[in-house]
Structure formats: C-alpha cells, structure tokens
Design a protein around this ligand. Structure first.
Ligand code: M6R
Length: 604
C-alpha cells in the first residue's frame, strides 16, 4: 500500500527521502514522488511512474533543501502515472500533500471545486485535499489543514507542506498509520517505522483524529479541533539491521529461516514450569473473567485468519472453550450478534489491516471485549484492543507472511494453554504442551535442513497449472495457508479443501496434471488421511505428502518431526513455505513483491 516519508532538519533532504522510500518499497506501490522546499522557498516536485530508482534518476543535480515529503503510491483513484503520483499541489503550487487512504466523498468535492473554477491536474482523490487547503485563508497551516479535513470523509494519513509556512510539516491521521520520528534537531514522519529506524528509534504513533506539527527542533500533537494531546516518545525495539536482507537473496527466505529464533522469542520469559502454565502479561483478563468466557471468536484476514483457525482449534482442544475464526472482512459487514460472554480476538501482523481494525472498532462500540494478537508494537489494532499479546516475530518485510504466521500460532498455543490451565487442563497436559513448545525451535531447525530436498521437489511441481491442498481437522488450516502461500508467490492456482470433502466434489479434478499436496499427521486421523491418498492415487493423481513418516501412496513425502498432536500444525506448514518459495524461484517470480499485492492493506 502507499507509503509516506518526510523530514525537517538540517540535512540534505532528498537522499534521506529516497532512502526512506526504498525502505517502504516492500509495501507495494506503482509510482513515487517527492517535494522539497527549495532555497527560494518554492515547492519543487519530482514524480515518476514505476520504481523509486526511476524517481531517483529524475531528480535534478541541484535539488537542495532541508524539508521535504515523499510518497509511494498504490493506485486507487486513477491509473499509475506521473500525474497521479503524489505529492499533489494546489493550482498556485503553494501547498503539497501526500496521502495514504481513500477520500470517500472525493467526487462530490471535486465537482464542487470544479464548479468553482478549480482545474485538476490528476484523477486522484488526494488532489481535492491540496485544493481545499490551498483555498483556506485561516491564520495558521494547522487550521487550514483541519478545516480541509472537516470537509472530507474517509481514511487518511497525510503530510502537508506549505510555501508560506516553510518551518513546518503538518501531519494528520484517520485510519492510516502515521509515525513521528524524534531526532536531535531533526524530525521525521513516516507511515511505517521501517522508514525511520536507521535515523531514530524514538517514535510517537498518532492516534485516529490526531494531528501533529513537526519543526526541526520541536513537535506537538493535537486533535483536529486543536486541543493539545500528550505524546510521549517510545523506543522501537526492532534494530535497523532487522530490516536488512542479512545475506539472503530475498526477505521471504530470510524470514522463513528466522523462524527458529522468532519462535524462541515468543516463548521467552513466558513459561511457568511450576504451575505448568504461561504468563501473558498484557491480556488484561483476570482468572475470574477468563472462566466466565463462554465462546471465543477470532477475526483476521489472509494468513492471520488461517493462524486464527489453528488458534481456534488449540483453544477448543486445550481450554475446551468453543472457538471459531472468521475473516474480519466478512464479519464486519454482516451485522453480527455481539455477545457479552464471547471474547473476541483480533489477529494481525501489521496491526493496521483496515478490515480488522474496523471489526475491532465495531465490536468495541457494541461493548465487546477484544484482545489483539499482533506483531507490530503500538499499531492501531494493538492500541484499540482491550489487551492482548505481541507475537514478537520481528519485522516482516516480505509481502508474503511466513514467520509471523508461525509465531501467531505459537502465541495462540500460549493463550490456549493459559486459558486451559485456569479451567480444565490438567498439570500433566500443561507440562506435555510446554515440553512440546520447547521442542519447536530445534524441530524447525531440522525442517530447514531439508531445504535442498524441498527445492528439488519444487522444481518437479513448478510446471503444474493448479494444485489441490488437502488436510483434515488440524491439517485443514495448514492446507489453506500453504495453498495461499503458493498462489501468492508463484501465481499457480491453488485450492484447499478438507480431505473429508474430497468425495463431495473435488475428486472430479484429480488427474495426473493436478497434483495434490496432502497434510498427513500421525494422529488419530492418520488412517482416514491415508484413505484419501488411496482415492487420489486410484485416479492417477500425483501426491506430495507432508507427514511424520513416508507415505506409501504418495509420490513424494516431506517428513517433518513429530511434536504433540495439538502442536503439529505449527511445524507442518513450514516445509510448504519453502516449497512455495522454491516454486516461485523456479518460475522467476518477484518473490518479495508479488504482483497486485501489498504488505498491509490499510484501505477497504
Ligand atoms: O497484517 P495482517 O496480518 O493483518 O495482514 C493480513 C493479510 O493481508 C495478510 O496476511 C496477507 O494475506 C498476506 N499477503 C499473506 O501472506
């Protein structure tokens, strides 16, 4: 999705902005642009369709200034083009705006402004804001911006520069992330800490309805109505180096390999051997409240939703609380019954996915209690939730989620164990699960060592036009996530089905050109899963099994180490992340930035 970066200070601004934009490239974009306040005070703009390097090549030799804002655009209103790239200026060229989000009433405002004689230079919704601010004669830039924002409906994270107010950048947030970076006699702004951490780790995250004014040696935050708000900088835990590729060819590979440490991190300091339980400090749910929970509803999108499906099974198995997961994007549109005895859990890597955030806000409006299972500290969902737990996966840069999926499932296992131990789960089972959790990092390491074999298999299956993924009960969400991974990164069509449903339709698809990837854990459903393999083999289907022992009916088996039955899904997805990665590599795909996708979907 779109990215914003801005700077005000004493340093030459253009290289800083370009570096910031490069750090935001992973979010997905189709054009980029920059505006700086030149020596004469004029706003100087350069824009380019395509990559940041294209923008860089267009920056003139003399392009000096110490204040500027820049943007990577993901097209919503108007095709990717130089004209539609941000920043957008008003007609006189006095105001420049970069914007993430969508102005819902843009066409209405555009019609009004056009009737007043304004000529638009782009097809974007954002340009409306530039004209509204430019036409205001309020005394301060802050008032001009808030006046314009009162006229718009929709979501925004914006940064604004004005020729008459060269000592400041004004920013505002409603539904799209804005983070201030606090430096020594210099200030930064960005839509994502990734663009700031090489310069400062002191950050302030704006809340919805908040604005801020950045000057070189000062900043203040306030509401759109002008009342000051308190903003205490916090320190970003993630090191700048965690955003680098660290010797890998892609972030996806780096992040798959990092899972050994990532899982270790989510467990660290949380296990209580004495009571065979875990401590999750931020839940804000006392034992009495936890015992009164009658149902758990998990909401997330994409991979986080799949992690939530495994989470629901873990909660039912370990805590015996009825639980299910639903895509947040569906839930928020069906006027759901919000039940006071249900605990809602919102799951998100970024903590900024708009559909999840909107579902959380709707639930809170209706009085529900919402926990967040989130990766990005201080993100909107983490702030909006009543409590929750961070998954500590570290920054995930590749658009395709891998390590965060695994860590989220482990976080669910911790939540399930915690809830189980204050309800029915025995000490013996608590200990068994704890021992299983402790084995995970070593077992992930074992799986990663099979990469050369998985690479060979991926080459053999890369010619498939479509693949079927099947699993039963615990294996089904694993199959769904593996199918999503493959399609996202390799563009091979993939479909996931419960193995139990084969006879009810998908069996018709089976033929040699349609391989099946089957999740076959050594649990109480092993024989049932084997029967499904027989059915596929009888119809000349090719089978790749992920199992705890070689499967006779499969053409190939990736053997993974056995853990406790409940925890097996955590491990069984990992070889299929590598499988998706190597398939995409064999097909020459843009692995870290698959076509049409963005890292965090902060618009509807
Ligand atoms: O940041 P979130 O976890 O809320 O993102 C949700 C989905 O957009 C995300 O998981 C998406 O499906 C990824 N591309 C999966 O690889």
């Amino acid at each position: 999705m779109c990215g914003i970066v801005g700077y005000i200070g004493r340093r030459d601004v253009a290289p800083l902005l370009l570096e910031g934009l490069q750090r935001l490239e992973y979010r997905g974009y189709d054009s980029a642009g920059v505006v700086i306040s030149g020596k004469s005070g004029d706003l100087r703009t350069v824009k380019a369709k395509g990559r940041v390097r294209e923008l860089e090549s267009r920056i003139p030799k003399r392009f000096a200034g110490t204040t500027g804002i820049a943007h990577t655009r993901w097209a919503t209103h108007g095709a990717p083009s130089d004209e539609n790239a941000h920043p957008h200026l008003d007609t006189a060229g006095t105001v420049a705006v970069v914007h993430n989000g969508i102005i819902d009433n843009a066409s209405e405002l555009r019609a009004k402004l056009t009737a007043d004689g304004v000529v638009f230079a782009s097809e974007t919704d954002t340009e409306v804001l530039a004209h509204l601010i430019g036409r205001s004669d309020a005394e301060t830039l802050e008032k001009r911006v808030s006046e314009a924002l009162r006229a718009v409906e929709g979501t925004y994270g914006i940064a604004v520069m004005h020729k008459e107010f060269p000592d400041r950048i004004v920013v505002a947030r409603n539904g799209s992330p804005v983070v201030l970076g606090i430096g020594e006699k210099e200030m930064f702004v960005a839509s994502d800490v990734a663009a700031l951490v090489t310069h400062t780790r002191q950050v302030v995250t704006l809340g919805d309805g908040e604005m801020a004014t950045l000057k070189a040696d000062d900043f203040r935050t306030y509401t759109t109505e002008g009342s000051l708000t308190t903003a205490t900088p916090t320190t970003v835990e993630w090191e700048a180096e965690s955003y680098d590729m660290g010797g890998h060819d892609t972030y996806m590979h780096k992040e798959i390999v990092e899972q050994v440490e990532a899982v270790d991190r989510v467990l660290r300091g949380r296990i209580d051997d004495r009571f065979a339980t875990v401590h999750l400090g931020g839940l804000n749910l006392d034992p009495g409240e936890a015992r009164r929970v009658r149902r758990i509803k998990i909401l997330g999108c994409g991979t986080s939703y799949h992690a939530g499906q495994i989470g629901a099974q873990l909660i039912e198995e370990l805590a015996r609380i009825p639980a299910d997961a639903e895509p947040a994007s569906e839930f928020r549109y069906r006027n759901p019954v919000v039940d006071p005895d249900t605990l809602y859990v919102a799951v998100s890597q970024s903590g900024e996915t708009y559909d999840v955030l909107a579902a959380v806000q709707e639930l809170k409006r209706k009085g529900a209690r919402v926990l967040g299972i989130v990766n990005v500290v201080g993100s909107a969902i983490a702030r909006e939730a009543d409590g929750g737990t961070y998954v500590h996966a570290g920054p995930e840069v590749c658009v395709v989620s891998t390590k965060c999926f695994t860590n989220t499932v482990v976080a669910f296992a911790l939540l399930a164990l915690h809830l189980g131990r204050i309800r029915d789960l025995s000490v013996a089972d608590g200990k068994r699960i704890i021992e299983g959790l402790r084995r995970l990092p070593g077992q992930i390491d074992e799986i990663l060592k099979t990469e050369p074999e998985i690479k060979q298999l991926a080459k053999q299956y890369a010619d498939a036009r479509s693949m079927l993924f099947i699993g039963r009960v615990r294996g089904y969400p694993v199959a769904r996530e593996a199918s999503l991974k493959l399609k996202e990164v390799s563009y091979i069509h993939a479909e996931a089905y419960p193995a139990s449903e084969l006879k009810h339709g998908p069996l018709a698809l089976i033929e040699p050109a349609m391989p099946t990837v089957a999740i076959v854990p050594d649990d109480d459903l092993l024989e049932k899963n084997r029967a499904a393999l027989e059915e596929i083999k009888a119809r000349s289907g090719r089978i790749l099994a992920v199992a705890h022992q070689p499967q006779e009916k499969a053409d190939h088996t990736i053997v993974v180490p056995k853990n406790e039955d409940e925890l097996d899904p955590i491990l069984m997805g990992i070889p299929l992340q590598l499988f998706a990665y190597h398939t995409a590599l064999a097909l020459g795909r843009d692995i870290d930035k698959p076509r049409n996708l963005a890292k965090s979907v902060t618009v509807e």
